[in-house]
Design a protein around this ligand. Structure first.
Ligand code: GUN
Length: 293
């Protein structure tokens, strides 16, 4: 069994990007810039935004956190996004979700310039992804694809079974793996919580992608020998033995499923660190396209 080291791969990607950023700075006297917009003071969102900003700075990109009050109106937020659409210093715009209830998330996402949508959430980008056109891949699915690539895991003709159908992970990764492209070209099944008998599907997986949001949901009896397991789950469970009183586990019962797997991602240090690494990749990509370098 091979343990897929997402943390190490994410570090490799960040190191590679730092070199690229250094090089464009020298050649063009410009660097990529990312603005993250956070509305309100949700602690988890704040933590994520700080991590994203720090990661940018560490590789020499410019970053800014735009902190907006929880009672900002939708119109004001749309105006802010528009301002950054027109600001040439910033090549990527990320609006941290969730937004307060009085704001229509779809309207906000649709207001982001398609060429600066480094989250890949704009409907034009999701549509382009579906039809195999140039797009920004959403960061977590992009991270999964990159892990499979860097571990030389064959995807062509393989049966990828995705458990979960969210717009952020399940739907995009299913569409990405379906494309007739390098690192994809798979046969894809998407199943979810409404399935009558989920294990009928999961047992057929050559590559199983668990993104259902339930702790230790995928058990040993649900997979076949030799399966490649990608665990996207981040679930807190109570654990009195730890200082914080909880620990983080994935959607996969790691200890037992690992015995049957050929490759498996741990939680933490599996898919998680890849999300921010791929956000940086997307921001660099937005920069090169906008600046034509
Ligand atoms: N909230 C949770 N995950 C994400 C993400 O990937 N992007 C944004 N913008 N918000 C999130």
């Amino acid at each position: 069994m091979v343990l897929i080291d997402g943390k190490a791969i994410a570090e490799d990607i960040r190191r590679e990007l730092k070199e690229k950023v250094d090089s464009v700075r020298k050649q063009h006297a410009k660097v990529p810039g990312l603005v993250t917009i956070i509305v309100g003071d949700n602690p988890a969102s704040r933590l994520y935004v700080n991590m994203k900003s720090k990661a940018c700075n560490e590789i020499g990109m410019m970053s800014k956190i735009e902190e907006l009050s929880a009672d900002i109106s939708e119109e004001e937020l749309l105006q802010k996004v528009k301002q950054y659409n027109n600001n040439t210093e910033y090549h990527g715009i990320l609006v941290q979700l969730p937004l307060p209830k009085h704001i229509n998330e779809d309207r906000v996402i649709e207001s982001i310039s398609v060429s600066k949508d480094v989250d890949g959430f704009h409907p034009v980008n999701t549509g382009n992804l579906m039809i195999g056109k140039d797009t920004f891949y959403p960061c977590t699915p992009y991270g999964i694809k990159e892990l499979l690539k860097r571990y030389d895991i064959e995807t062509k003709g393989k049966h990828v079974v995705v458990v979960g159908r969210s717009n952020i992970v399940g739907k995009p990764i299913a569409n990405m793996m379906l494309q007739k492209k390098e690192g994809a070209n798979s046969v894809v099944t998407v199943c979810h919580s409404a399935a009558n008998n989920l294990s009928v599907y999961t047992k057929q997986a050559d590559i199983l992608i668990a993104a259902i949001g339930k702790a230790n949901f995928i058990t040993e009896d649900m997979v076949k020998d030799g399966v490649v397991v990608i665990d996207v789950g981040i679930n807190r469970i109570e654990d009195p033995a730890t200082k914080s009183g909880y620990r983080v586990v994935g959607d996969v019962d790691f200890e037992n499923v690992a015995k049957k797997a050929s490759y498996i991602t741990p939680v933490p240090k599996g898919v998680g660190p890849m999300t921010i690494a791929m956000l940086l990749v997307n921001t660099f990509e937005a920069f090169t396209k906008i600046e034509k370098v």
